[in-house]
Design a protein around this ligand. Structure first.
Ligand SMILES: [Zn+2]
Ligand SMILES: [Zn+2]
Length: 171
């Protein structure tokens, strides 16, 4: 347990964070936390809702007992890539844009996809408009649609009513 051969992942302590993103503890091994956030009343998560992996907490440096002030709740599960509930729609769309960089699309296609994603950051699009825009993204960047990290995000931002048409599993 204290060996230096621990994987990178095991160097992180498990955190407990409420669904709105209020940090209850960066290191759950130090003690229990309540089921509800004292600040906002939301349910407290101690594992990824999608894959049940612990939430990445305090980074443990052997021999150093210090808790920096710089801990930020992770936006995505470091095991399955699913976004945590506290990440808003805009943050999810930003991450899709980041993942787009690796697709090496030609400049015109990439610009078109970015424009669609920016429009899709607005949750109030009507269903038909939303469907057309996602279809355009899928046609222009099919690789993005297949990538597991991107897919875990897509499954949370595409409306339930049009998921089947876009080849995503039901919510
Ligand atoms: Zn809270
Ligand atoms: Zn996960």
């Amino acid at each position: 347990m204290w060996g230096s051969e621990d994987s990178e992942r095991s160097k992180y302590k498990p955190a407990a964070i409420c669904k709105r993103g209020h940090v209850q503890t960066q290191d759950l091994t130090l003690g229990e936390v309540g089921e509800r956030c004292p600040e906002c009343g939301a349910h407290v998560l101690t594992e990824c809702p999608a894959c049940a992996t612990r939430i990445r907490g305090h980074y443990d440096i052997p021999g150093v007992v210090s808790f920096g002030d710089h801990y930020e709740p992770p936006r995505f599960c470091d095991s399955c890539g699913a976004p945590f509930p506290w990440l808003d729609r805009q943050g999810r769309i930003y991450e899709l844009e980041n993942l787009l960089d690796a697709e090496e699309l030609d400049a015109a296609a990439e610009l078109a996809v970015r424009e669609q994603l920016r429009a899709l950051a607005n949750a109030d699009l009507d269903e038909d408009d939303e469907r057309k825009r996602w279809e355009r993204v899928k046609r222009l960047a099919p690789g993005l649609w297949e990538k597991s990290g991107a897919r875990a995000i897509l499954e949370t931002v595409v409306s339930a009513t049009i998921r089947a048409q876009l080849g995503l599993p039901p919510a």
